[in-house]
Write a protein that binds this ligand. Sequence first.
Ligand SMILES: [Zn+2]
Length: 287
Amino acid sequence: MDLQQELDTLACPSCGDQQLILDARSEGYALARCNAPAEYGSCGQVVLYVRLLSGLRQMWPPARPAFEPSIPTALADSLAEAQVCHDSGAHTAATIMVRRLLEALCADHGVSPTTARGGFKSLNTKLQELHTSGVITGQLYDWAIHLKDVGNDSAHDTDSRASFDDAADAIALAQHMLGHLYVTPARYAQAKARRDREQAIKRLPITDVAYVVDLQEDGALQLVSLCPEAVSQGAQGPLAEVWGTDHGDPAEFHGLLEELHRKTASALTARSWRLGQLVPRSGSSTQ
Ligand SMILES: [Zn+2]
């Protein structure tokens, strides 16, 4: 693939269109310009790439960082823009974007932007509401107030300029806040759900009948009776759906499949001396 063909696959970081045209090149770099139509001519965004064996990597403008999917888009967008400002040396703008993130945080937790009389609430009032309702407690509240104050200085005091460190601190604190409020709870929920599924599989009754795991067309996982005795009594068929269509992490899913197969195999072995005692589960779970 030549350079222009590679650019054809990339989106302009400014407008999102795929109309980047190669302007200049050297062995290590490629300079492109966006030709997408805009209000006054074309978008014109200039993008500098470094040429790596793996392909083009955007160097300028700074690429927007990616965040954990558990962080709501409005908050991630503000934080990403703060980071882009900071990377570009626009530190005052970066702290204002962090303040904007706090506004988005309040909105995400249902804090009304207006008072009972219809006036606009200050960010301070909204953060206090989050504090009172227990969403941000202890240090998180202190951090939020600090970030609000830094952002307010940048937004309202035109003599004030945020330094590199001001912006770096604000972004780091904001990241920690989002970690506490979104990323860690989501990770915990994931870990707990995985453990619950594992425990449920360990509790499956497999000593009286042999089962086979059957993956359905829609992706759901079912246990099906294998026992000839059960079949003869009309019990063949799905015994239980043990997993919905959302299998989550494929590695985890396959790990649990293996566990089920292992248990099924041991049940089949055990069956040889339990033939006379097999109890088909047709009554409760199959027709
Ligand atoms: Zn563009």
